[in-house]
Design a protein around this ligand. Structure first.
Ligand code: NAD
Length: 337
């Protein structure tokens, strides 16, 4: 697509701080002259019987039609007997890989200056298959599903990503010493795919050891690929290495070229509606979306404006030790543009 043809993208502002940070993205994109028309879809207050969740069929159709979108956080009521909104999106749209880059932001000092890794999480099965039941009173069971098809698909994505992004190593993260059948199959699939990419170094790291290594020396890792639950946990750990959840973006990759970018964090109910949220994670997710659309010039402009605003240190939100509001910080980024 050329940079002048307007592209329609779906936008889910989401819950909690979602609408505030989505507004920030819209302002920054408008200032940067990004040729995108947003098709906004809100989380419904009633369950749509066609999706069995608060997400309407029309919302899902919008992503299927546009093939690209940006999603704010969506709150998941605990134990209310209907499908989680995030799980609905992942399952219905077959968003099989969640890509989470995690890198040190120049100008924002943390314990490490050299973090530059990518976690790739299998997004559709594992412990998050939603298959839980009570066996007898006082005993419940949850099924962890690992399939050859989904494991090969995410491994292939990870190696292809490494190859096309100048990365040298893929580490498969597992607990196959205990979960011999499930994680064992996951590893077997990773090994099969690794053979097709002799130029990429392949290694296997047990999840507990991986946590220790990440905290001690994150520069040991390059691209990490792993089943669903491990990916959820490890990517938050990685966010902590570079300054917290307010900074880390992600993109969900689906079949048929669908890409739905989203911040790693949740709806942050403790600060919602107070103009305190850091919009960086959603903005950087928007940058990932622009790169996916090959709108590289605008992606780089917005990325630099965010980095420069944070590095300058004059406008920072509370999570980064500053006292700026979401709107002040957004305005500072727009001024940098
Ligand atoms: P959370 O990520 O919402 O918040 C954790 C902490 O980080 C809070 O102190 C919060 O204030 C802070 N934080 C998060 N994002 C921030 C930002 N952009 N700027 C400044 N501070 C930020 O996690 P939680 O409290 O465990 O979850 C709240 C809700 O979000 C739950 O309903 C959960 O299910 C949902 N959730 C949704 C997603 C998603 O939509 N992808 C992801 C995680 C959690």
């Amino acid at each position: 697509c050329s940079s002048t043809t307007p592209i329609t993208a779906t936008m889910f502002p989401g819950d909690g701080i979602g609408p505030e940070i989505a507004e920030s993205v819209k302002q920054v994109f408008t200032t940067a002259g990004v040729p995108i028309n947003w098709e906004e879809h809100y989380v419904s207050t009633e369950i749509d019987p066609r999706t069995q969740s608060f997400l309407t069929w029309e919302s899902l159709e919008s992503v299927r039609r546009n093939k690209v979108g940006l999603k704010g956080p969506m709150a998941t009521p605990i134990g209310k007997g209907h499908r989680s909104l995030n799980l609905t999106l992942r399952k219905e749209l077959n968003l099989y890989a969640n890509v989470r880059p995690c890198y040190s932001l120049p100008g924002y000092k943390t314990r490490y200056d050299d973090v530059n890794l990518i976690t790739i999480r299998e997004n559709t099965e594992g412990e998050y298959s939603g298959l839980e039941h009570q066996v007898v009173r006082g005993v419940v069971e949850s099924l962890k599903i690992i399939t050859r098809q989904a494991s090969l698909r995410v491994a292939e994505y990870a190696f292809h990503y490494a190859k096309t992004h100048g990365r040298e190593r893929v580490s498969a993260i597992h607990k196959a010493n205990i979960m011999q059948k499930t994680d064992g199959l996951f590893l077997k699939c990773c090994r099969e795919v690794a053979e097709k990419y002799p130029e990429i170094t392949y290694e296997e790291v047990v999840i507990d050891n991986c946590c220790m290594m990440l905290v001690k020396n994150p520069a040991l890792f390059d691209v990490l690929v792993m089943p669903n639950l491990y990916g959820d946990i490890i990517s938050d750990l990685c966010a902590g290495l570079v300054g917290g959840l307010g900074l880390t973006p992600s993109c969900n990759i689906g079949e048929d070229g669908v890409a739905l970018a989203e911040a790693v964090h949740g709806s942050a109910p403790d600060i919602a509606g107070k103009n305190l949220a850091n919009p960086t994670a959603l903005l950087l997710s928007g940058v990932m979306m622009l790169r996916h659309l090959k709108l590289n010039e605008q992606a780089e402009q917005i990325h630099s404006a965010i980095i420069n605003t944070i590095a300058e240190g004059k406008y920072r939100t509370a999570d980064l030790g500053g006292s700026s509001t979401t709107t002040d910080f957004t305005k500072a980024i727009c001024d940098h543009l």
